[in-house]
Design a protein around this ligand. Structure first.
Ligand SMILES: Nc1ncnc2c1ncn2[C@@H]1O[C@H](COP(=O)(O)OP(=O)(O)OP(=O)(O)O)[C@@H](O)[C@H]1O
Length: 438
C-alpha cells in the first residue's frame, strides 16, 4: 500500500508524482537528501515554473520555497542545454543577503551537480571581486546565485558573460529586492536579460503592487499563495477556517516592558530559556556590538554561548558566526535584521525581538526563523507601555500582566489584539501595523 507522509507540513504528493516529471537524477538527489513528499508551495509552484509560467509566490516562512525554485531552475536548464558554453548564463537567482545567497547555493548544489557540464557561481560581496572575475574567466559560469550588488558589479565588468539565452530569473525575498534599496542594481541587471525568459518572485511577505511586478518584467504571472492553517480565533464565527501568514506551530507572545527594565528582562528571558536555541534581534549593528560585549561579562550568562552577527562585521567573521551558531544545540545569536530573512538554521526554538523592526514586514521574517516546516517554536516581542494601542487593548481586554512576566498564559493574545484593534478606533501606530500582519 502506498505510504503517506507523517509530517503535517507536507502534502501527499511525491516529487516523483509531479508533472511535468522531474528528471531521474534530480529525483535520485531528492531521495538522497531525504526529500520524498512536496510541501504545498512546492506542489503548487514546481509544475508551473516547469511549464514555463511566470509566478509570484507568497508562502509562510519555512514552507520550503527554496526547493520550489531550485528544482525548476535545474530542470529548465537541463531541458534548454545541459552542455552550455562556459560563459553562457542560463539562470540567475538573486537574494538580498550574502548569507541567504550562500545558503541557496548550498541547497542547490546536489541538484546542479546532476547537470554534468553546468557551472554554478556564488557571487556575494565581502570577498575580492577580482577573485570572482578570475574564476569566471577560467572556469565559466552558467548559473549565477548571488546578491544584487555583486551581480551588478560582475555584469558591469565582464563582457565575456553572455546572457542572450538566459532561461530563468528568480528573485527570492522579492519584496525586499524590488521594494527598497536595490533598485539601481536590479534594474541594471534585469535590463540586460532577454525578455523571453521565465521569472519567479518568492517571499513570505509578497506585495501585489503591479509596478513592482513590472519592474521585474513578469508576463501574466500566476499567483501562488499558500497560507498556514491558523487556530480558530476566539471571537470569530464558529466554523470559519482561518489562515495565517505565520507558521501554524509558531506561538507568539508580547512582553510589556518599561524602557529601563528591558535590559534586565532580556537577561531574565535568556537565563530562563537556557536549554533553548535563541535568536535576539536588535535595531542596529552598534546595539549588537554593545550587547555582545556586555552579556558575556555577566556571571549568570558565563556558561552561555553568545554569538554576534551583523552586516558591519567582516565577511569571514559573519560566516564564522553563522556556522558556529548553526552548529550549536543551545545558545544565543545576537543580531540585526541581516539574519531575519530566509536563513534556515536548524533547531531554533525561541525568537526575542528586543527592538521592534524598522520595517514592519520584518516582524514575520524574524519570527519565521523558528517553527519551520511543521515544527514548534515561540517568539516574544518587547513592547513599551507607551504604545497606545497596546495599552488600550490591555484595558479593554482586562488582561494585566505581572510586571516582568512573559505573557505565557495568553496563547492567542496576539490574535485577540488584532481582532480588538479592528473594533476600536485607535490612532494608527507601529504596533498596529505589526499586529495586522499576524
Ligand atoms: N519537501 C520537503 N521535505 C522535507 N523537508 C523539506 C522539504 N522542503 C523543504 N524542506 C526543509 O524545510 C526547511 C525550510 O525550507 P526553506 O528554507 O526553503 O523555507 P522558506 O520557505 O524558503 O523559508 P523563508 O521564508 O524563511 O525563507 C529546510 O530545512 C528544508 O530543508
Amino acid at each position: 500500500m502506498a505510504s503517506t507522509n507523517q509530517n503535517k507540513a507536507l502534502t501527499n504528493t511525491r516529487f516523483s508524482d509531479l508533472e511535468p516529471r522531474l528528471a531521474e537524477p534530480v529525483l535520485e538527489a531528492l531521495t538522497n537528501s531525504g526529500f520524498e513528499f512536496c510541501t504545498p508551495v512546492q506542489a503548487a509552484t514546481i509544475p508551473l515554473l516547469c511549464s514555463y509560467k511566470d509566478v509570484t509566490v507568497d508562502a509562510a516562512t519555512g514552507s520550503g520555497k527554496t526547493l520550489a525554485f531550485v528544482l525548476p531552475v535545474v530542470e529548465i536548464i537541463r531541458r534548454s542545454s545541459s552542455n552550455p558554453k562556459p560563459h553562457k548564463v542560463m539562470g540567475i537567482i538573486i537574494s538580498p543577503t550574502r548569507e541567504l545567497s550562500s545558503q541557496i547555493f548550498h541547497v542547490a548544489q546536489p541538484f546542479i551537480s546532476t547537470l554534468a557540464n553546468v557551472r554554478p557561481m556564488l557571487l556575494v560581496g565581502g570577498l575580492e571581486v577580482k577573485a570572482d572575475i578570475k574564476k569566471i574567466e577560467e572556469e565559466g559560469a552558467n548559473l549565477l546565485i548571488g546578491t544584487p550588488g555583486r551581480l551588478y558589479d560582475i555584469m558591469e565588468r565582464m563582457d565575456i558573460l553572455d546572457f542572450r539565452d538566459l532561461e530563468i530569473l528568480i528573485l527570492d525575498e522579492a519584496d525586499r529586492l524590488l521594494g527598497m534599496g536595490f533598485e539601481k542594481q536590479l534594474n541594471s541587471i534585469i535590463c540586460r536579460l532577454p525578455k523571453l525568459r521565465r521569472t519567479g518572485l518568492f517571499s513570505a511577505t509578497q506585495t501585489e503592487a503591479v509596478e513592482e511586478l513590472s519592474k521585474a518584467g513578469l508576463r501574466n504571472p500566476v499567483r501562488v499563495e499558500v497560507r498556514a492553517e491558523a487556530k480558530q480565533l476566539s471571537g470569530s464565527a464558529s466554523g470559519n477556517s482561518t489562515s495565517s501568514k505565520t507558521p501554524s506551530g509558531l506561538h507568539i507572545e508580547y512582553l510589556e516592558c518599561e524602557a529601563d527594565k528591558k535590559s534586565s528582562q532580556l537577561v531574565h528571558l535568556i537565563t530562563k530559556n537556557k536549554s533553548k536555541k535563541i535568536i535576539v534581534y536588535f535595531m542596529t549593528c552598534a546595539c549588537v556590538d554593545y550587547w555582545g560585549t556586555i552579556l558575556p561579562r555577566l556571571s549568570c550568562l558565563k556558561s552561555f554561548s553568545l554569538i554576534s552577527l551583523h552586516g558591519r562585521m567582516k565577511q569571514s567573521a559573519r560566516e564564522k558566526a553563522l556556522a558556529s551558531f548553526t552548529a550549536l544545540s543551545t545558545g544565543v545569536l545576537l543580531c540585526t535584521d541581516v539574519a531575519a530573512r530566509g536563513l534556515d538554521i536548524a533547531g531554533v526554538d525561541y525568537i526575542i525581538q528586543y527592538d521592534l523592526p524598522q520595517d514592519d514586514k520584518m516582524f514575520i521574517h524574524r519570527v519565521g526563523r523558528t517553527a519551520r516546516l511543521g515544527r514548534q517554536g515561540s517568539a516574544v516581542v518587547f513592547l513599551l507601555p507607551k504604545e497606545e494601542a497596546y495599552v488600550e487593548f490591555l484595558r479593554i481586554k482586562d488582561v494585566f500582566l505581572e510586571e516582568g512576566e512573559c505573557a505565557s498564559d495568553a496563547p492567542d493574545i496576539i490574535d485577540e489584539v488584532r481582532i480588538k484593534l479592528c473594533h476600536i478606533s485607535l490612532s494608527p501606530c507601529f504596533v498596529v501595523q505589526i499586529l495586522s500582519f499576524l
